[in-house]
Design a protein around this ligand. Structure first.
Ligand code: PLP
Length: 377
């Protein structure tokens, strides 16, 4: 018997089962209601004003202070902020951080995209790639010809999490780690990475459009050397220009002020409540509940093996007797949105964003809603 009902998706769920907030997207993801209210109440004087004048520059300064308090970077690490999101950072790294050859760990759609960007660059040698089937983790192969090692901290497309430590035997090569969905929801020690880059629309509870990177002294030195060597680098892909602007609390071109404001609110919320331990603790608690439910359920199985399971993005496979597409649609019809799996993964799956903004009690409520839709089976 297949639960692929021609019954419509509109199975009403009892109100007392519903989560208080139905946003479970993996990116964009839930933005806290309190932050949106603060935007409406306190940002009216900022929105629509010049990013070259003190009020918006002070907001950028507030973001940088919040990032510094939250990530506690080692001495000498510098932040850089620019427009274009994490996708832009891949091309920026291709222009501004990789000398001749990169080595990539590819284990999902996002880590694959960075490897593809490096492969297309006419000024770089063919990248090295270590690949794992989706749902597992691959670290970049170590090779003397590589001067940059790249992988994702959390593969948002699959829900697999990788370690952030410098691989042994890489000499003075740089490590470039995509922290886009992890940053904020998973504790990270920046000492293990030369460029930790991310965007604000996932664990950081804001909107898209920006990229942010923490850069080690070695990464700053590399980018300055490459810029000085005369390689052609478009301005928006110049890490040196981004660093220079960020040092003045500015961005190269106009930023979205609302994105910066919501990010500052989220960082203040994190920092006021205990920083990384608090934020990651919330995601870890949500994940504990989701995976415990799936492990115990006769029709559900976590897609990722226990040692690589992400605390921020949970992927749950369903038995073939359940149509997960119908399940996601039925949840959506009840205001529980964005539980669909990553588009190209092609699995009978739900993907649940469990970023720190998501209340662990809402994750529990979600599992009860799924149980209800599955008819208590
Ligand atoms: C979402 C995501 C990206 C892309 O971020 P954009 O800001 O949309 O470019 C890159 N890498 C990972 C791991 C992501 O989760």
């Amino acid at each position: 018997m297949t639960l692929t009902p021609d019954r419509t998706a509109a199975v009403p769920l009892p109100a007392d089962l519903l989560p208080r907030d139905g946003r479970f997207g993996s990116g964009p993801a839930k933005v806290r209601v309190e932050a949106v209210r603060a935007l409406a109440e306190h940002a009216v004087d900022l929105l629509g004003t010049s990013h070259r004048q003190p009020p918006v520059k002070n907001l950028v300064g507030r973001v940088i202070e919040g990032l510094t308090a939250f990530f506690t970077p080692p001495d000498g690490y510098r932040p850089a902020i620019g427009n274009g999101g994490s996708s832009l950072f891949w091309d920026l790294a291709v222009c501004s951080l990789i000398d001749r050859r990169s080595s990539h760990g590819v284990f999902g759609e996002f880590s694959a995209k960075f490897a593809a960007a490096a492969r297309r660059a006419p000024h770089l040698d063919e990248p090295l790639v270590g690949e794992a089937p989706f749902g597992r983790v691959a670290l970049p192969p170590v090779d003397p010809s590589a001067d940059a090692y790249a992988w994702a901290h959390n593969e948002t497309s699959t829900g697999a999490i990788a370690p952030v430590t410098r691989p042994t035997g890489i000499g003075d090569a740089l490590t470039l780690v995509d922290g886009t969905s992890a940053a904020g929801g998973v504790v990270v020690d920046l000492a293990g990475v030369d460029a930790y880059y991310f965007a604000p629309q996932k664990s950081l509870g804001s909107e898209g459009g920006l990229w942010i990177a923490w850069l080690s002294p070695a990464a700053v030195e590399r980018t300055e050397r490459i810029a000085a060597a005369g390689r052609w680098i478009p301005d928006v892909l110049s890490l040196k220009l981004a660093l220079d602007n960020t040092a003045k609390n500015q961005t190269l071109n106009t930023p979205a002020i609302a994105t910066l404001f919501l990010l500052a609110e989220q960082l203040d919320w994190f920092n006021a409540n205990g920083g990384q331990a608090f934020a990651a603790g919330r995601s870890a608690e949500s994940a504990r509940r989701l995976y415990a439910w799936a492990d115990a359920h006769p029709l559900a199985t976590p897609f990722v093996a226990a040692e690589h399971r992400s605390p921020v993005v949970g992927t749950i496979d369903f038995d073939e007797s359940v149509d997960a597409k119908w399940l996601a649609a039925a949840l959506r019809a009840n205001g529980i949105v964005d539980t669909e799996p990553y588009r190209s993964l092609g699995r009978n799956q739900l993907r649940i964003g469990m970023y720190p903004t998501v209340d662990p009690d809402d994750v529990s409520a979600l599992t009860r809603c799924i149980d209800h839709l599955l008819g208590g089976r």
